[in-house]
Design a protein around this ligand. Structure first.
Ligand code: FES
Ligand code: FES
Length: 155
């Protein structure tokens, strides 16, 4: 059977069991490798995507649960030609080393700035608390989120 949903603004139909993790559909038949598998237990945030604009863990969410919904991955956040304000700020601050954690963090930060365009540093820290960065880049990541907020561009 196929599961149909909207992925980064385009309709897709994925031939996959509805109990399969959304992450498996994204990285497998849909060919989007930006979303990462870390813990598989909703503990690291590497797999975070947005479903109808809300954060969701792709490692545990069944793909059948997103049928008819809007899924956004990091590939839908911006492009090299037209990066999201967060992506531009992360590049400016070199806010990451290996980059494994960044797709989930960028999407979580995008939700934060959408809902709270002028967050305090404590609010940024709290929003990103569910995300692990094993490279220890947290301080640069937080500065980059605050820079994107200060620039006042839409998240
Ligand atoms: S892989 Fe989903 S939260 Fe870690
Ligand atoms: S940049 Fe490597 S895990 Fe965060």
């Amino acid at each position: 059977m196929s599961i149909t949903f909207t992925l980064n603004g385009a309709a897709v139909a994925v031939p996959i069991e509805e109990e399969a993790p959304l992450l498996a559909a994204l990285r497998g038949p849909l060919g989007l490798s930006g979303t990462r598998f870390g813990c598989g237990q909703e503990q690291c945030g590497a797999c975070l995507v947005l479903v109808d604009g809300q954060p969701a863990y792709g490692c545990t969410l069944h793909v059948g649960a997103v049928a008819g919904k809007r899924v956004t991955t990091v590939e839908g956040l911006g492009t090299p030609e037209a990066p999201h304000a967060l992506q531009a700020a992360f590049l400016e601050f070199q806010a990451g080393q290996c980059g494994f954690c960044l797709s989930g963090i960028l999407l979580r930060a995008a939700v934060l700035l959408r809902d709270n365009p002028d967050p305090s540093e404590d609010e940024v820290r709290a929003a990103l608390d569910p995300h692990l960065c094993r490279c220890g880049s947290q301080n640069r990541i937080i500065r980059a989120v605050l820079r994107a907020a200060a620039q006042g561009q839409p998240a």
